[in-house]
Design a binder for this molecule. Structure first.
Ligand SMILES: Nc1ncnc2c1ncn2[C@@H]1O[C@H](COP(=O)(O)OP(=O)(O)OP(=O)(O)O)[C@@H](O)[C@H]1O
Ligand SMILES: [Mg+2]
Length: 273
């Protein structure tokens, strides 16, 4: 019997979006991408190019002017909550303890409070939060807060996760530890992930596929398929293959951001041959 054809976990087709207002901002321009079930895909691009906007669109929080997007085959427009979404700021509620913050997303998605808290409790050790069940967010380190925000996202009963710079605020060493840890958690739970990051090394360590976006209006300008076996470690980042893919990504980012050099063209045309 032929294998059943699975819908892509995420599908974005020709999406364009301009924020209205006194000065309209053209944020996304004809963006298309796919994330297959179980894939880990990253999106890298310069600040302000529309990465968070694309994730918000997939989370059903903003609508495109053109094009369409779907999660597991179902259009997201006007349907928030088809994917678990970790926004760029961790948004922990300061008046909720660790366990209550962790369970919040699942509760909002319809899981009973008791079940959400019991699942959260059982995952505290693998998220490095054992013993902190009753701590307030203010009593947690930056890394712990981000692991708690990730735990909250993990507990939302959805197969697709949208992670917006989950390690943005961390120092390099903690960031590396968190990448290793996220890789292990992802391997164990096998979700489909779209991760936004500024960090090309992070994208290469974690992803099956990396998409590069241009400066605003954001377009997908390059795709890299990452061939390294898993689990990947820091040692992999020192190989020649890693260096070569990294420079390919950096070149794509640089080329996308380079202004069109009209001056050079006019110089050439006015200069004597
Ligand atoms: N609600 C909004 N109204 C108007 N403009 C917005 C809104 N949200 C975002 N923008 C603008 O859209 C553009 C893209 O923003 P977005 O947050 O998606 O960028 P980003 O790629 O996530 O940047 P960063 O890497 O700094 O997080 C920016 O110019 C931003 O100012
Ligand atoms: Mg952003």
């Amino acid at each position: 019997m032929p294998e059943p054809v699975l819908n892509p976990a995420i599908r974005v087709d020709g999406v364009s979006l301009t924020f209205g207002g006194a000065t309209p901002v053209h944020a996304l321009d004809d963006v298309s991408l796919r994330v297959e079930p179980g894939q880990f895909v990253s999106l890298v691009g310069p600040s302000g190019c529309g990465k968070s906007t694309l994730l918000k669109l997939l989370a059903g929080l903003v609508l495109p002017d053109a094009g369409s997007a779907s999660i597991e085959g179902i259009p997201v427009a006007g349907r928030p909550g088809s994917a678990a979404f970790m926004p760029q700021r961790d948004l922990l509620l300061p008046w909720r303890r660790t366990i209550a913050n962790a369970a919040l997303g699942a509760e909002l998605a319809g899981v009973s409070r008791e079940q959400a808290r019991s699942e959260a409790r059982s995952l505290l050790p693998s998220f490095g939060l054992e013993g902190f069940e009753r701590a307030w967010p203010a009593q947690l380190s930056g890394g712990m807060r981000q692991r708690l925000a990730l735990l909250r996202t993990f507990l939302v009963p959805r197969d697709v996760m949208l992670l917006d710079e989950p390690f943005g605020a961390l120092d390099a060493i903690t960031r590396r530890e968190m990448q290793q840890w996220l890789q292990a958690v992802w391997t164990e739970h096998q979700r489909s992930v779209l991760l936004v990051t500024h960090d090309v090394d992070e994208a290469l360590v974690l992803s099956d596929v990396v998409f590069v976006m241009s400066p605003r209006p954001g377009r997908i300008v390059h795709r890299v398929d990452v061939p390294f076996a898993r689990p990947r470690s820091v040692a992999d980042t020192t190989t020649a293959e890693f260096a070569s893919l990294k420079s390919e990504l950096l070149d794509a980012l640089e080329a996308a951001g380079r202004p069109v050099r009209r001056v050079e063209v006019s110089e050439r045309t006015t200069r004597p041959a």
